[in-house]
Design a binder for this molecule. Sequence first.
Ligand SMILES: Nc1ncnc2c1ncn2[C@@H]1O[C@H](COP(=O)(O)OP(=O)(O)OP(=O)(O)O)[C@@H](O)[C@H]1O
Length: 753
Amino acid sequence: MGAGASKAQPGVHVVVAQSNEDGSIRAEHLPTENRESDGDRRRSRPVLHSNSPQYSRGKRRPRHEEPHSLSSSPPTGSHSSPSPAAVTGQGPEFKIFKTIDNNEYTVHCAEDGSMYYVDWAEQKWRVFPTEWIKGGKFENLDTKTNGDREGELIHPFRGKLTTLLRQESLNVMYFFDESNHGWLPMPLSWERQTPFVSRLVAETKNVCSDWDDDLSIVATLRQCNYSAEDSVNCHIAINDEGVFNKFKDKVGGSSLIFEKLQEKIKELETELKECRESKATMKEELTALKDILQETKAENEQLKQELKSFKTEQRKQSVVLQQSMGRGSMRLPAITAKMNILRPTVQNGLQEIRNVKFKLHTTRQQLKKSVRTHTEQMNELSKAVRGLLVRFEHQSAALQETRALYRKEAVQRKLLFNQVQELRGNIRVFCRCRHDERSTSDSLSFEGEDTVSVTTANGKKRKYEFEKVYSPKTTQDMVFEDTRPIITSCADGYNVCIIAYGQTGAGKTYTMMGPRDNPGVNVRSIKELFNIMKEKDKTDFEMKVSMVEVYNESIYDLLKSPNEVQEKLQIHKKGKELHVPGLTEIEVCSTDDVIKVMTVGEKNRTTASTKMNTNSSRSHLLLRLVLVSYNSVSKTTTRGSLTLVDLAGSERISRSEATGLRLVEAAAINKSLSALGQVFSSIRENSLHIPFRNSKLTHLLQQCLGGDAKACMFVNVSPLDANVPETISTLEFGMNARQVALGKATTHITKTT
Ligand SMILES: Nc1ncnc2c1ncn2[C@@H]1O[C@H](COP(=O)(O)OP(=O)(O)OP(=O)(O)O)[C@@H](O)[C@H]1O
């Protein structure tokens, strides 16, 4: 047992009570200025009461070991002591007995119920007095678990902290109070004066220069068991807390501060990064500068060397020059004389050179100026060209677009036209009344675009409706406008036929052929056909013309030379196609070609009729154009035909009062025209048999009226009152034809593989 004190001042002893590692308690004397000798100290050692509370606050070993560290084991014998069960309700063990004034005693409760406590003063086990029980209470050694002492703290920087209230033994500085004759805890201000604490305070202040409150330092030292290091840490922690509180007061929340601080940290980190980067850059620059410096130094060295060698060379040269001058001075007068002679020549030469140089300079300036002007002009020109190119590109794009639109439009138009045609029926009948100056009455009246009325001799008025009715005032051009669409069909691969019907002199030939300066449907149609074919892209075409007349039920080739023997042509069937063997077909490339061919045909017709003493108007004229086109894009061959028919006059035989040959002619015409009427009637009535073969005319027209063609008929009438019966007959014929609905027209297109 080592508890004692040294006497620092009379009546005051200073001691730090501390338990030893082995469980015994020792008192460590603090260094004092006026320490007494060991003997004095031993003599004057104050006696601590064994049950003094100050002892129990000293550092203790784990309590269950305490009795074993004593010199003797706790007695097991039976003494008169309270039963442990009566005290704790449990078996033999070590317990803590805590008095009302907080003194603690380690108590051993033996098996037999007897209890002992440790008398530390004597280092002995003593029987625990039963009368003490009333003045305190027992506690189990394991009652103070961490569970009671653990807690939490939300720290502004470290987040959630788990705290533990741990009981640890601390050194406490006491002084011996002579008056009380006992040890008492020393006040802070006194303690500050002790050399031991004074040294620790100095150490602490050395580390924390801002901490100038000595008493606060001593208090902290006490709490930290006189460890200067711990007290410094504690101070830093307290200061942190202070900062935290300061911010908390200002901003009002730890999380906000935390966020702000984190932001600050981030900013600082960014700054640091930037500094590092700029440092790296500067380092690189420095290296580069060093290199440059090195190079410059090397250059400098080289220049120095060169200068040195130059100076040496100069010295050598000056020596040589001086030597030369020495030699030359002897010939100087002769040289001077020669120079005087040469000087004017040289001066003149120099002047000339100067003049030439000046001229050259002037010319150069002029050239420069003109080059500059030309360059500017060139630039302007190229700018203008660029602008033109851009405009050209725009326009060609627009043109292409327009072309595409046009093509689309054309296709749509074709489709619409075909639809309209199909709706109207594929035979369209127009009525044309010729202009005749002799006409004075108004037996024919024209109502609207499609109706003509005829007033008969007995005053009856008959109305006839056609696709269109052309009054005498109608021009050739206007007539053709309605025919134009059917020509487009021919180019598209349809068999197309235009027929003129009417009494002699009613204007059939005028409508079909027309005068040379005002051509009719024939020439205009042929022109239109060529125009259409030429407009078609990637399409090659071939056109052939044939011309025949049907006279007295015989077919004659009008393109055969009149010198040749005229043979009657026959019609043969070749598959579905009709074929006229021996018929002349002439290839044509333009409208002019066709007109030439037609002129030849007309001439042959007239010659023939003269030879036979006949009248050309007594025969039917058929002009046929066969068009074969090939499209290289779609790889299709299209075959269409245009048949232009100028029929012979349709007047009645009785009226013409014909006899002999004229009668035969009239009968033949009558036969063929009535055969034509029959064909129309049969088609209209949907008869199984259509009598195409009843006449040469209808036989030849079979392909044009045969159901897959498109036909157009002009019924020509005269405005004269005298012709009213013929006019009515013609109009009736036209009406009959109008009611004919040809089958659906079909194109003749074959695909080439
Ligand atoms: N619309 C018209 N305007 C002016 N003159 C016309 C018109 N139609 C016909 N004629 C004239 O009437 C005359 C007879 O015309 P055209 O020869 O065309 O009759 P046609 O019906 O062909 O007779 P044919 O049956 O004898 O051939 C001609 O001189 C012609 O110029």
